[in-house]
Design a protein around this ligand. Structure first.
Ligand code: ADP
Ligand code: MG
Length: 382
């Protein structure tokens, strides 16, 4: 497959007859640790990856936004900016429509535009193709209308589009790392204050991503369920969010809370602590400690939060074993399939790759897709 920039540019020329005025990019991300903590006002540690969504954009004069989705058979969507923006039948188009709607609702004046969209973030795999699309589309809409929108503001708009228009109750992590990622760094994000602390990824450390071949369902019901369970647990403890609870308070106040809700809360509370500890471990290149925390995180997602599937558990074990404690692996992303991320010394990468090739097959019986990613910068104009 040719790269997304080339495909977006070519589709733009094919459908709109001229060169696009500009290309905007926004990256996918891999979350090293801190899963389902963002909507509990907690901590996450993602980095933007060198897979991205490109939106080629140029002016139009028909009062509408018209877009071509290269990754969906060059399917076309068009909607008027002067009428209320409703939902499209095609799922992909709702991310774009959602962005246009929340930006207009926020008082950002938009103008008519043509767009062509292409990406190489695997879809529905826990690497957040959805946020990369939202953010790239948001900046395309803003730029063509000569509007300046800051990274935290754009991230909040994109989250609102996904929550209110697409219907997935995601937190802010994916959108914020897509706007604010830094090359060579992970970001420790405090999802309450949106403070981002860059954590340098040492040169001799690799981030390896393996795709289980199990795709999670979009805008998932299970995801929204977990969020509701967390909110109910926070109400039980009388706190604004599970972020506000220590492990000790979790134990002391558990009387009257059902076992499932208690375990959901325990995942979030312990995961927040692990995430802060993991940022320190990464900073000091302590791969043994980081690996231990990642393995604990995976177990917590499997046993307490119940968002893994057997294929993912198996893949995480296969990737962790060859590291012999020097690094580790865990499922990354919302869950129910998708990818496993490993953090390992560069020298150990071949052993992990070989272990996956020898011991893992996707549900279709194929070898897993594996790649080493480069921590990349957030959204930009090309
Ligand atoms: P994830 O964010 O983990 O990749 P989601 O289910 O949240 O999974 O989002 C995937 C959906 O986002 C796709 O099914 C599609 O509708 C939309 N999307 C992502 N990337 C693109 C793209 N390049 N072109 C069109 N739609 C895309
Ligand atoms: Mg998503």
């Amino acid at each position: 497959m040719t790269n997304p920039q080339t495909r977006a540019r070519a589709a733009y020329q094919k459908y709109f007859g001229i060169e696009p005025a500009m290309l905007l990019r926004a990256p996918g991300r891999v979350n090293l640790i801190g899963e389902h903590t963002d909507y509990n006002d907690g901590f996450v540690l993602p980095c933007a990856i060198d897979r991205e969504t490109i939106v080629a954009v140029g002016p139009a004069s028909n009062g509408a936004i018209t877009a071509i989705a290269c990754d969906f058979g060059e399917h076309r969507d068009s909607f008027s900016l002067s009428e209320p923006i409703g939902h499209a039948a095609a799922e992909w188009a709702n991310y774009l429509r959602g962005m246009a709607k929340v930006m207009l609702d926020d008082g950002i004046p938009l103008v008519s535009a043509h767009m062509a969209i292409a990406g190489d973030v695997p879809l529905g795999s826990g690497l957040s193709s959805s946020a990369s699309l939202e953010v790239a589309a948001g900046y395309a809409l803003a730029r063509i209308a000569r509007q300046i929108v800051g990274p935290a503001h754009m991230a909040k708009l994109a989250q609102r589009a996904e929550n209110d228009f697409v219907g997935c109750a995601c937190g802010i992590m994916d959108q914020l790392i897509a706007t604010s990622g830094q090359a060579g760094h992970a970001l420790l994000i405090d999802c309450r204050t949106l403070d981002c602390t860059p954590v340098s990824i040492p040169n001799d450390v690799s981030i390896l991503i393996a795709h289980s071949g199990v795709r999670h369902a979009h805008a998932g019901g299970e995801y929204n369920d977990r969020r509701r369970q967390c909110e109910a647990a926070a109400r039980h403890y009388g706190v604004a969010a599970l972020r506000d609870l220590t492990v000790q308070q979790l134990e002391l106040g558990k009387a009257g809370l059902d076992d499932v809700s208690y375990r959901r809360a325990r995942h979030v509370v312990t995961e927040n602590a692990r995430t802060e500890a993991a940022a320190s471990a990464l900073k000091s290149a302590d791969l043994a400690r980081l690996g231990e925390l990642m393995v604990q995180s995976h177990a917590s997602m499997r046993d307490d939060f119940e968002i893994t599937v057997p294929a993912i558990d198996h893949l995480a074990e296969i990737m962790t074993a060859p590291l012999a404690g020097d690094g580790g692996a865990r499922m990354t992303g919302g869950g129910f399939g998708g990818c496993v991320v490993a953090v390992a010394a560069n020298a150990n990468v071949p052993a992990v790759v070989n272990a996956i090739a020898d011991h893992y097959r996707t549900p279709e019986g194929l070898p897993a897709d594996v790649f080493v990613c480069r921590a990349s910068a957030g959204a930009s104009k090309i």
